[in-house]
Design a protein around this ligand. Structure first.
Ligand SMILES: NC(=O)c1ccc[n+]([C@@H]2O[C@H](COP(=O)([O-])OP(=O)(O)OC[C@H]3O[C@@H](n4cnc5c(N)ncnc54)[C@H](OP(=O)(O)O)[C@@H]3O)[C@@H](O)[C@H]2O)c1
Length: 314
């Protein structure tokens, strides 16, 4: 069975949906099983294996995978809320890794492009040196290190610019603003790749399936190698061009009914509180090769998102 932690978050909701569709037995927890409290995690694990309230056979009730989608994700607020960010992004993953190791489960832990300083000019590969700029990035980097120190059977998936159906994200924020205002300014000097949560969830499911069905050939298992992987959608853009595409597609599919000018500005003009990476494009070569996948272009996925009946700006 899979234990999905953070199952009510933006990515967690999508992973839960796809686990269900793939008929993979799983149990989901969110804030009610507090990752910052090791006893809460241990108690849950002990009970889930013992109790019979689950719909699965006892063989399926053993937790063989843990997926951690919980985190402190508010980049701006983290600068003042250092203690909580630290607890959720660094201590939480440590606690989860300890439980995973104890029960022999494999761990999929989600991390971020913010572990890099964004001063690069070429896509970041997995082995490049981390150098986070702010509290969010620093605490996420500590979380990765805690997992790596604590156990061997882990997949750390770093992603970026994530949006999905259930959660606050850039696409919903822009759609709302574009419906309310005649013009908006968006920074055009920060580069990266938007990532549809549905695509990332698909990769998580694929990783589990591929690992579970791995066969031993000449004494070597064909399972994906443990370690760090990068995954975003394909392509490169900046926040202004991303917003312009949201406007184009939003107008085309009736999500935006107002005329709104999408203007470009610099990070300096915008005057954000937190320093954000200037360049956070991640290289996906490793995961594409390991899972033999073709990664969708960000514009194709954005269209799928905006067109979908699940698109719901709250
Ligand atoms: N969003 C992005 O743009 C982005 C970019 C790169 C990487 N990532 C990474 O992707 C992962 C998923 O992000 P997301 O945007 O889906 O996050 P999210 O929507 O903020 O979901 C996180 C979930 O964890 C829950 N949670 C909070 N405190 C908890 C606790 N003490 N114990 C257990 N659960 C707790 C949250 O509940 P509440 O909402 O009630 O607090 C929420 O349901 C994270 O690791 C994040 O760092 C995100």
């Amino acid at each position: 069975m899979v234990w999905l932690i953070g199952c009510k978050g933006m990515l967690g909701t999508e992973v839960a949906k796809q686990l269900e569709e793939a008929h993979i037995p799983f149990v989901g927890t969110d804030k009610e099983v507090d990752i910052t409290n090791p006893h809460a995690l241990e108690d849950f694990e002990a009970n889930v294996e013992r109790e019979s309230y689950l719909q699965y056979d006892s063989a399926d009730r053993h937790i063989r995978w843990i997926i951690n989608c919980s985190a402190y994700t508010n980049v701006d607020k983290a600068e003042e809320d250092v203690e909580l960010a630290e607890k959720l992004n660094a201590v939480g993953p440590l606690n989860i890794a300890r439980v995973a190791r104890k029960i022999g489960a494999k761990l999929i832990h989600i991390s971020t492009d913010y572990v890099f300083n964004g001063r690069g000019t070429e896509p970041y590969t997995e082995e490049m040196e981390k150098d986070p700029l702010g509290v969010y990035g620093k605490t996420k980097a500590e979380g990765e290190e805690a997992v790596q120190k604590e156990m061997n059977q882990y997949y750390i998936l770093r992603t970026a610019w994530l949006y999905g159906f259930d959660g606050k994200n850039f696409v919903y924020t822009m759609t709302k603003l574009m419906n309310d205002r005649d013009s908006i300014k968006v920074v055009s000097d920060q580069f990266g790749t938007p990532t549809f949560a549905e695509d990332l969830a698909g990769v998580i499911i694929k990783l589990i399936k591929k690992s579970d069905s791995a066969k031993e050939i000449f004494g070597k298992k064909s399972a994906p190698a443990f370690g760090i992987y990068h995954f975003t959608d394909e392509g490169v853009t900046n926040w202004h061009d991303f917003a312009a595409e949201i406007y184009r597609l939003g107008t085309k599919f009736g999500r935006i009914k107002n005329k709104c000018k999408v203007e470009a500005c610099t990070t300096e003009e915008y005057g954000a509180k937190v320093q954000r990476p200037h360049y956070s494009v991640l290289s996906k070569a490793k995961i594409a090769k390991e899972l033999k996948i073709k990664i969708p272009d960000w514009k194709t996925s954005l269209e799928k998102f905006i067109k979908s009946g699940r698109f719901d700006v709250k």
